[in-house]
Design a protein around this ligand. Structure first.
Ligand SMILES: C[S@@+](CC[C@H](N)C(=O)[O-])C[C@H]1O[C@@H](n2cnc3c(N)ncnc32)[C@H](O)[C@@H]1O
Length: 238
């Protein structure tokens, strides 16, 4: 009766291993277009440029990177500011990694990509900042908590200085936007299905805040971002 009161998790088509490569590619391109119009890189940029004041060769790692468009855009923006950041992205899907590599190659960008399962694989390589967009909502609560700990490594002094998680907010405006926006911006049937599903399985701001606190990310802050998204920011205590 109140479908958005609680998370409704359904498997997303993009996570299914048998997805034909052409459909997967079209979906990644569609997602990248949505990120462009949602100005997703703008959501992450202020915290990164702030961190770069002390670390001019900032190491940024984007986890579950998909098309790799976000790390690419961050690298390009850093370059325009005269900054030489070391930017990388990883994803469980070899096809996504190949897509991201091609995108970076076409743009002439030195952003590297590698295959990595962030939940079951070895710890992430060292980075000053770890970013993760539109992935948390895929996960059950236990896995989502484990993901946040794996991104932040709060007990490891060698872990990242900053973690930024950007995701959808479960809300009626978000659901409406997902239905309309995905149809306007891409012909990918995968995105048409996964977009609204993602909103139904997304965390609210309060849920994301509590999840991160339970994961041991003390001092975490979750704030609303346009359009119908939120940003979770965690800084390692000094
Ligand atoms: C909805 S896409 C988001 C892609 C990108 N971050 C963006 O904002 O457009 C989710 C991505 O998570 C990846 N993924 C799923 N499970 C993963 C895991 N265990 N480790 C790393 N990546 C994973 C999928 O392959 C997919 O590319």
């Amino acid at each position: 009766m109140f479908p958005l009161r609680q998370r409704q998790r359904q498997p997303e088509i993009m996570d299914q291993p048998g997805l034909p490569p052409a459909e997967h590619d079209r979906a990644l391109t569609g997602l990248a277009r949505i990120n462009f119009f949602s100005r997703s890189a703008n959501i992450l940029w202020p915290a990164l440029i702030d961190l770069a004041r002390d670390r001019p060769r900032l190491r940024v790692l984007d986890v579950a990177t998909g098309a790799g468009d976000l790390p690419l855009r961050l690298w390009q923006r850093a370059r325009r500011h005269g900054l030489d950041w070391q930017v990388a992205g990883c994803d469980i899907s070899p096809q996504a990694v190949e897509h991201a590599e091609q995108r970076a190659h076409q743009a002439g960008a030195t952003v590297s990509f590698f295959v990595h399962d962030v939940l079951a694989g070895p710890p992430l390589p060292p980075a000053d900042a770890v970013t993760c967009s539109l992935f948390l909502h895929h996960l059950a609560e236990d896995d989502a908590r484990a993901l946040l700990r794996r991104l932040a490594r709060p007990d490891d002094p060698e872990g990242p200085a900053v973690v930024l998680v950007n995701d959808l907010e479960r809300s009626w405006p978000g659901l409406l936007l997902a239905h309309v926006g995905t149809r306007l911006l891409t012909r990918s049937r995968v995105v048409h299905f996964d977009g609204p599903c993602s909103v139904e399985s997304a965390f609210t701001l309060g849920e994301a805040q509590r999840l991160a606190e339970r994961a041991g990310l003390s001092g975490v802050r979750v704030t609303r971002r346009w359009p119908c998204r939120w940003l979770l920011e965690w800084r390692r205590p000094t």
